[in-house]
Each structure stands twice: as structure tokens, then as C-alpha cells.
Write a protein that binds this ligand. Structure first.
Ligand code: SF4
Length: 356
């Protein structure tokens, strides 16, 4: 069976491919010119191209569905080599803007949300991915290929400023080794050159793995899916809290090397009559005391059969105001791609449903 070339950093490839400058050229073909066959790598000697073609695959997954939201976000469903599916979403954060003279002020700003596993072991009560259980980890190459294909599908240049969030299907820290490898591959200057400062690992709070990630010192940003401020409620929403309670997460976060210009992001999925009250906001402020943090309030996005509801705009605004008044940075995340079911796992579920 052929190996997936997108699994490898330049340093790894130097073990099979010599001289070194060839690896640099191959990286540029793979990530900047996005060729799909080694035979098209024109400045590589012909016999080397053939050997690479025999030994490696460049693409291992297919786009099986693509949904475009009214806000310009695009949700992709990829079929992997073994038939399983994962999703990734290209979120349009800002439209292209022009100066008065008609020149471009800035291009569209994108964030790509990628998956790290097929399914997930964490089992959050509000999550559709959790309902399907865990199937397997994605390889580093499969994490990388989601972005490569999205760049390709949207004609994005390799040097385009795009942010990555590891916030799709799966718990990224449960697949730490492959995640770390993907982070290194994305940040290679001869590849897509997506700096670690533009990559955010979002975790349900596996404190011991946060500590391991801290030791790797990759320079990435950290986001914690907190969602509740006391263990009892958090345990109901996120059973993983039994193993890693709020205190252990906060301790791991306090020891995490934070980029001085950045803050640790705390994701707070705000659910009607569950965690949208001012008492919770108060506790949250206390919890974050001393941590360079930013809170992102996310409207719960109901799906068919979900037991939770979307909170009112007034309650979300009140919650935000309380935090801001106490000096805690707080944004409200508009549900990007609401009309294409932006919560992770929904596209996959729909697709599986259609097949049954
Ligand atoms: S929300 Fe994330 S961590 Fe929780 S079950 Fe879903 S995919 Fe896993």
C-alpha cells in the first residue's frame, strides 16, 4: 500500500529523499502549486518522479458533499480511504473590502475548522458527533489534506492568511501526536506557511494532555470548551468532566505557555435556561481571575431531536455585558453557517441518514 505524502514534515522526507533541496521543491509542488501527481513536478528528475509516484499518494480523500451557507461559509464532507467521513468548514470571517479608489483594501478573511478524529470519545451531551461514538483517529496527513483540498477548491494562494481551528469532529488532544505533526506541516514556510500563532487547538479540557501540549511548546493558541462553571452541570454536559474537573483544567491552563499577544480562549456554548444566567457569569469571572483570557459566547445551535434550546439574544447580551463590566474580554460568536447546520457532526449525520 502506498504511503500518504502529506503525513510527512520536510525533515521526515529528507530521510527518503536526497539531496535536501529536492524536498523543498517537492513541498512547494504539494502545497503551493497543489499538484495531484508526482509526474507533474517538472523540476524533479523523471526517475525520481516515478519512484515517488510508486511509493506515495498525494490525495487520499474525496469531497462527497459541499454546502454553501448564505454567509459564504462552506461546509465540506470528505470521504476517507476506508469509506468513513469527516467534515471541515471554511468560515468566511470578513468580506473582501475595497478602498475608495477601487483598489483592494483586504481580501476575504477565512478560518478553517478541521476535524481530528472520525467520531469522538468525549461524549458531550449537546454534540451530534458524540452520538455516533468514536471510530478512529485521523492521520496527520488526513488532517493536513482537509486544508489542502479546501485551499484547492477555493483557489486560495499558499501565502494567504488563513486561520486554522482544530474544532471540527473529534477531540484533538486525544490524537496529540498526529495533531502536533499536522501543526508542524502547516507552518512550514515552503508549504502553506500558516504560522502556529494562527492555529488554535480547541479542547474539551483533557488537563494531562494540555500539559503535554505545553511541553511541546509549538507556539499555538489554546481554546478550552468550558461551557459550564460548576462541576455538576459540566459533568452533565460533558461527562469527561468526571475525569478532568474544572479545577484541573484551570491549573493546566495557568501553566500553559501563552503567546504574549494572545489570550487563552474560553468557549462557552450558551444554552437557554441551562447556563445563560448572571449567576453563571459571576462564577465565570471568578474562575478566570489571573488568566489572560477571552470568552467566546456561542449560541447553542439546535439540531433535530436536541434536548437544548437556543438562548434569547437579550440574555446573551446581558451575560456579555456582565463580563465586559468586570474587565473580561468577551465576544459573541455569530453562528456562522447557521443555515447549513454549523455544529460539528451535523453534515455527516445528514449524509449517513440519507444513505440509510
Ligand atoms: S463537542 Fe467536540 S469534544 Fe465534545 S463530543 Fe463533540 S466533537 Fe467530541
Amino acid at each position: 500500500m502506498k504511503k500518504h505524502i502529506l503525513n510527512y514534515t520536510k525533515k521526515d522526507l529528507e530521510e527518503f529523499i536526497q539531496p535536501k533541496f529536492r524536498v523543498k521543491q517537492i513541498f512547494s509542488w504539494l502545497y503551493q502549486k497543489k499538484v495531484k501527481s508526482f509526474l507533474d513536478m517538472q523540476n524533479i528528475p523523471k526517475d525520481m518522479r516515478q519512484k515517488l509516484e510508486d511509493k506515495f499518494d498525494i490525495r487520499t480523500m474525496q469531497i462527497v458533499s459541499k454546502q454553501v451557507s448564505r454567509d459564504g461559509s462552506i461546509k465540506y464532507l470528505f470521504k476517507l480511504h476506508d469509506g468513513h467521513t469527516v467534515e471541515a468548514v471554511l468560515l468566511k470571517m470578513k468580506d473582501k473590502e475595497y478602498n475608495e479608489d477601487g483598489s483592494i483594501k483586504h481580501l476575504e478573511k477565512y478560518t478553517v475548522c478541521v476535524s481530528s478524529q472520525v467520531g469522538c470519545k468525549v461524549g458531550c451531551a449537546f454534540c451530534l458527533t458524540a452520538k455516533g461514538g468514536f471510530i478512529r483517529d485521523l492521520s496527520a496527513g488526513e488532517i493536513v489534506e482537509q486544508i489542502v483540498q479546501i485551499y484547492d477548491n477555493n483557489n486560495l494562494e499558499a501565502n494567504r492568511r488563513v486561520n486554522i481551528v482544530y474544532m471540527g469532529m473529534g477531540e484533538p488532544l486525544d490524537n496529540l501526536e498526529n495533531l502536533a505533526q499536522a501543526i508542524k506541516i502547516f507552518s512550514d514556510i515552503d508549504g502553506l506557511a500558516i504560522s502556529p500563532h494562527r492555529q488554535t487547538v480547541s479542547t474539551s479540557g483533557l488537563s494531562s494532555k494540555i500539559e503535554k501540549l505545553a511541553k511541546l511548546d509549538l507556539g499555538i493558541n489554546l481554546a478550552i470548551s468550558l461551557h459550564a462553571v460548576d462541576d455538576e452541570l459540566r459533568q452533565k454536559l460533558m461527562p469527561i468532566n468526571k475525569a478532568y474537573n474544572i479545577a484541573s483544567i484551570m491549573e493546566a491552563v495557568r501553566n500553559f505557555p501563552v503567546n504574549l499577544r494572545k489570550k487563552v480562549m474560553f468557549e462557552y456554548l450558551i444554552i437557554k435556561d441551562v447556563n445563560d444566567d448572571l449567576e453563571s457569569a459571576k462564577k465565570l469571572v471568578k474562575l478566570l481571575n489571573g488568566i489572560p483570557s477571552k470568552v467566546n459566547l456561542i449560541y447553542f445551535n439546535p439540531y433535530e431531536g436536541s434536548e437544548f434550546q437556543r438562548p434569547s439574544e437579550a440574555d446573551v447580551k446581558k451575560f456579555q455585558k456582565y463580563l465586559l463590566d468586570k474587565g473580561v474580554l468577551c465576544t459573541i460568536r455569530e453562528s456562522k453557517g447557521l443555515d447549513i447546520s454549523a455544529a460539528c457532526g451535523q453534515l455527516r449525520e445528514q449524509n449517513l441518514g440519507e444513505k440509510q
